[in-house]
Every structure is written in structure tokens, then in C-alpha cells.
Write a protein that binds this ligand. Structure first.
Ligand SMILES: CC(C)(COP(=O)(O)OP(=O)(O)OC[C@H]1O[C@@H](n2cnc3c(N)ncnc32)[C@H](O)[C@@H]1OP(=O)(O)O)[C@@H](O)C(=O)NCCC(=O)NCCS
Length: 188
């Protein structure tokens, strides 16, 4: 049985391996990645089959134009040997339900309309929005969670989410220096 739940910190490497398999190294060059790097996702979900992670989806906080808070969905991936069983759809439905519960008016993504239209995504109201880099305009899709949320949406889609926590240089150096101010020997 497949269950959808929040990703646990220890599962980040498994999720990354799944994304590598689905998208290859090109995933780091996508313009939507510019909205994610250095940020923490609003929500990261996994689909788990027994103890195996077989699917992943994330939601990221963005601003659609200057003043419309929205979520960016992606990347979405399902393990190649588990596709066409409804796992991708289950993940997207969970993500949209969760976005609505968090009172967001709209979810955006860059993806294939033939897949995402079944969930209510279209490019109908994204024509006056743009991303900070190259992308195929017809693949910028939006799904309104509150009717009319994307009416008049216009401008740059920009990152808004909380910043990823990384140790700063002072913390790293402090970890290398012992109480007597000598460098702690590094064990390789
Ligand atoms: C896209 C993806 C997440 C779908 O996962 P999934 O668990 O197979 O999805 P579901 O079972 O809910 O839906 C499968 C259906 O979607 C269709 N589908 C999958 N990718 C599609 C696409 N890019 N365009 C149109 N239809 C697509 C399948 O052909 C299948 O159709 P069927 O129900 O008529 O057999 C999965 O194929 C994947 O990880 N692909 C690699 C990443 C990728 O290519 N993403 C592109 C989408 S932007």
C-alpha cells in the first residue's frame, strides 16, 4: 500500500536520488530551480510503499507578481517502476489539498499541460506572469484554489520562502578551533 506523508529529514538523500533518476542533472539548470535554491520548501511530501520512498513532491512559497502569495509545485517524481499506478496523481492531490488548507489562493508550476490539466492547471491566467530566466511560456501553469485568485496576476514570480539554514563561516571555524585556540586535527 502507498501512503503519502511529510518527508523526514533522513529521507532527503533518497528523494534526491529519485529526482536524479527522473530528471537527471538538467534539474539543476531549470529556471524554476532559481526559485527554490537556498530556500526551505513550504511542504515536502513523499509517497512511501512499505519502507521504500517511491514518489516525491514539494511546494515552495513564491510571490506571483508583487503582491500575490502563491505556491510553486515541483519537482514531482515517481520511481520508474511504480509509474502509471496513480501515485503521481495522489501526490498532486495531497499537495493541492494542503495548499488550500494553508489558505493559498493559487498554485503555479512549470510542467506538461497534458499531465497537469487533470488537476485543474492551465496557462489561461499565467500569460502576464514570468519567471526569472528562460522557460517555455506554454508550460507555465496555474491552478486557482480560490476562484479568481489569478485574475489580473501580473509580474515576476519571485522566491519568498524561508531561507535554508546553513552554518555560517564563523560557526564552521569555531567547530575547527579547540578551547586552546589551536586547530582541531581533521580526521579524514
Ligand atoms: C509525471 C510522473 C510524476 C507521473 O507519475 P505517475 O505516478 O505515473 O502518474 P499517474 O499514475 O497519476 O498518471 C499516469 C498517467 O499520466 C500520464 N503522463 C505521465 N507523464 C505525462 C506527461 N508528461 N504528459 C502527459 N501525460 C503524462 C501517463 O501516460 C499515464 O496516463 P494513463 O493514466 O492514461 O495511463 C512520472 O511519470 C514521473 O516521475 N516522470 C518523470 C518526471 C517527468 O517526466 N515529469 C514531466 C511532467 S512535467
Amino acid at each position: 500500500m502507498v501512503t503519502v506523508r511529510k518527508e523526514r529529514p533522513a529521507e532527503a538523500a533518497t528523494r534526491d536520488a529519485l529526482l536524479d533518476l527522473a530528471y537527471g542533472p538538467a534539474r539543476f539548470t531549470k529556471t524554476s530551480q532559481r526559485l527554490r535554491e537556498g530556500r526551505r520548501p513550504e511542504l515536502a511530501l513523499v509517497a512511501a510503499e512499505s519502507r521504500r520512498i517511491v514518489g516525491t513532491v514539494q511546494l515552495w512559497e513564491v510571490s506571483a507578481g508583487p503582491d500575490l502569495p502563491a505556491l510553486l509545485l515541483g519537482p514531482l517524481a515517481v520511481a520508474p517502476d511504480r509509474r502509471k499506478r496513480g501515485i503521481g496523481s495522489t501526490l498532486v492531490h495531497h499537495a493541492l489539498r494542503e495548499a488550500a488548507r494553508r489558505r493559498y489562493g493559487a498554485v503555479l508550476l512549470v510542467g506538461d499541460a497534458p499531465y497537469y490539466s487533470r488537476f485543474g492547471f492551465s496557462s489561461e491566467k499565467t500569460n502576464a506572469l514570468w519567471l526569472p530566466g528562460p522557460y517555455e511560456r506554454h508550460r507555465l501553469l496555474g491552478c486557482e484554489l480560490k476562484p479568481g485568485a489569478l485574475d489580473g496576476a501580473r509580474g515576476l514570480i519571485s522566491a519568498r520562502g524561508p531561507l535554508e539554514q546553513r552554518p555560517d563561516l564563523a560557526t564552521l571555524v569555531a567547530g575547527l578551533v579547540g578551547k586552546d585556540n589551536r586547530l582541531v586535527p581533521y580526521a579524514a
